[in-house]
Design a protein around this ligand. Structure first.
Ligand code: ITT
Ligand code: NA
Length: 229
């Protein structure tokens, strides 16, 4: 049984739809989020913490909206910004940009306390990131540039605790789109202002969103890998 760790019911709805309901538990555990420009280290740190807490295989989901014309804002701060500026506030901030292109990103971090087999040659950027972020005790003891970039930074700073080097496997999904005036009442979060191929995510049902979304793509990679685990 796999435990999906999140305080966000919208994420669980999408994961259940993708992985089939009944195959995951939801654990509403608010792990600590480290400061980083990158979702990978945040998710990896969260997965280690959640695994220590739950003691069973966990999947942590860190996501964000990145608006090109605002230098990637709100990015890793998407949750905080939704709570403060709000979705309408983000639309206001983007409305006058000459170019309103944006992307959603999602990083799924899996931890079950075990090592992972060597990853085959990466086939795209997302897979390269997943491969680079698979860390064990050796990579944590001898950090390299890839490590520092992609996810094990927190493992090195927490040297008092051997368990901080728990291996974590990352799966990234990305979807490009455009920021638009809010439309639709499905989905959650920034879905009403994110348009993909003429339709906002809030105008799509869960299945249709999963077929193209950042989370759906990350879930697809995870499911393919997990089936062989
Ligand atoms: P957990 O950390 O407990 O999983 P959270 O909602 O705080 O829940 P994040 O830290 O990943 O999740 O913050 C992501 C922010 O981006 C948050 O404001 C979400 O509402 C929003 N978000 C994430 N995925 C989204 C999606 O598929 N569609 C719209 N908004 C999304
Ligand atoms: Na969060």
């Amino acid at each position: 049984m796999l435990t999906y760790v999140t305080t966000n019911p919208g994420k669980v709805r999408e994961a259940e739809s993708y992985l089939s309901a009944g195959s995951i538990n939801r654990l509403e555990y608010d792990y600590s989020e480290i400061q980083s420009d990158d979702l990978g280290p945040i998710a990896a740190h969260g997965a280690r913490e959640a695994y220590r807490y739950a003691g069973e295989p966990v999947l942590v989901d860190d996501a964000g909206l990145f608006i090109d014309g605002l230098d990637g804002f709100p990015g890793p701060y998407s949750s905080y910004v939704e709570d403060t500026l709000g979705v309408d506030g983000v639309w206001d901030a983007a409305a006058d940009l000459p170019d309103r292109s944006a992307a959603f990103r999602c990083v799924l971090a899996y931890c079950d306390g075990e090592e992972f087999a060597a990853t085959p040659d990466p086939i795209d950027r997302d897979d390269r990131m997943a491969a680079a972020a698979t860390t064990g005790p050796d990579s944590a003891a001898e950090p390299d540039a890839t490590d520092a970039e992609h996810g094990a930074t927190d493992a090195r700073t927490d040297t008092t605790d051997d368990r901080s080097v728990l291996p974590v496997k990352l799966f990234e999904g990305y979807v490009p789109g455009t920021i638009v005036a809010p439309r639709g009442d499905g989905g959650f979060g920034y879905d009403p202002i994110f348009e993909h191929n003429g339709t906002t995510f809030a105008e799509m049902d869960t299945e249709r969103k999963n077929a193209v979304s950042h989370r759906g793509r990350a879930l697809a990679k995870f499911a393919e890998w997990f089936a062989q685990r």
